[in-house]
Design a protein around this ligand. Structure first.
Ligand code: GLV
Length: 319
């Protein structure tokens, strides 16, 4: 008999084929995630689980699934998965790093440029018939070229953002617990403290995982350290930034603008005050969302799942 797996959303066909060749797959058919209780019920009889970042995988759910051998997360970040609880139960956890690095760096840079040059606001003005004439300071934003970029977290994605920034002749600062010699050598990046980075940067872009120690890493104190002309870009995880403090910083002019692909609560509620601000560019968590990359992620997630079912080492293990 084939092992049983629950796949919490429809995923690209290339991934599904790998799964279906090796397992009996129960695939959640809806566009919205399964509610927690349904997720737990459907996982309970399974040997494997392929989940997304919208699914909470906690000890309670694992306790109801005595046969579960592998949790394969279709994302690089896995803060929704209680990895320690999986490890304690002998359950392997996998994720999809690497293949999404450049796609996510592209999006971070696109968001940085859109925020700096007021692209979305300009689009809205044209469509609303409010483009009256060419004038010297109409829709004038900030230069990206030759500006100073502060990268918080110089891992794989931070490094690729630095590569893009070096093409714009930016000065690159970074804050990270560990030095990244490749970024220093390849792009002239300088490692500084987070406070120094915040004080010196024209743009601050976040590329750390969400961990207890990075939750609200950027709060009121940190935002006040930034230049009034500076812009904050977050394509990592929403809770790394204190969203209320960010709103205050934007309305009081402590910083100039923000570009956000991620939020403390996702989807961001329609009454979130940040959404009313013209100096905020918002995206629906699409950092890795190119067809090619999402397909590669599905393949890796499927390969992790199947390896876990077979008791083999996962191609991309987390624990
Ligand atoms: C997306 O946010 C991911 O972690 O892959």
């Amino acid at each position: 008999m084939k092992p049983r797996v629950f796949v919490t959303r429809q995923i690209p066909e290339a991934g599904m084929q790998i799964i279906q060749a090796a397992a009996d797959a129960d695939v959640w058919p809806d566009e919205l995630p399964p509610p927690y209780d349904v997720l737990a019920d459907r996982t309970a009889p399974c040997d494997g689980l392929l989940c997304l970042l919208t699914d909470r995988i906690d000890a309670g759910l694992l306790d109801r699934a005595p046969n579960l051998r592998v949790v394969s997360q279709l994302a690089v970040g896995y803060d929704n998965v209680d990895v320690a609880a999986c490890t304690a139960r002998g359950i392997k956890v996998g994720n999809t790093p690497g293949v999404l690095t450049e796609t996510t760096a592209d999006l971070a840079f696109a968001l940085l440029m859109a925020t700096a040059r007021r692209i979305v606001e300009s689009d809205r003005i044209v469509r609303a018939g409010k483009w009256l004439t060419w004038s010297p300071l109409f829709m004038a934003g900030a230069d990206v070229h030759h500006a100073t970029l502060g990268i918080v977290g110089m891992g794989r994605i931070g490094y690729e953002v630095a590569r893009r920034a070096s093409g714009f002749q930016m000065t690159i600062l970074y804050a990270d617990a560990r030095p990244n010699e490749a970024a220093e050598r390849d792009f002239g990046a300088h490692r500084v403290s987070l406070d120094d980075l915040l004080q010196a940067s024209d743009f601050v872009t976040i590329h750390t995982p969400l961990l207890p120690e990075t939750t609200h890493l950027i709060g009121e104190r940190e935002l006040k350290l930034m230049k009034p002309s500076a812009m904050l870009i977050n394509t990592a995880r929403g809770p790394i930034v204190d969203q209320k403090a960010l709103y205050e910083a934007l309305v009081t002019g402590a910083i100039a603008a923000a570009g956000l692909d991620v939020f403390e609560v996702e989807p961001v509620p329609g009454n979130e005050p940040l959404l009313a601000l013209d100096n905020v560019v918002v995206l629906p968590h699409i950092g890795s969302a190119s067809v090619a990359t999402r397909t590669r992620m599905a393949v890796i997630a499927a390969e992790n799942l199947v390896a876990g079912l077979r008791g083999e080492p996962l191609p991309c293990p987390v624990n």
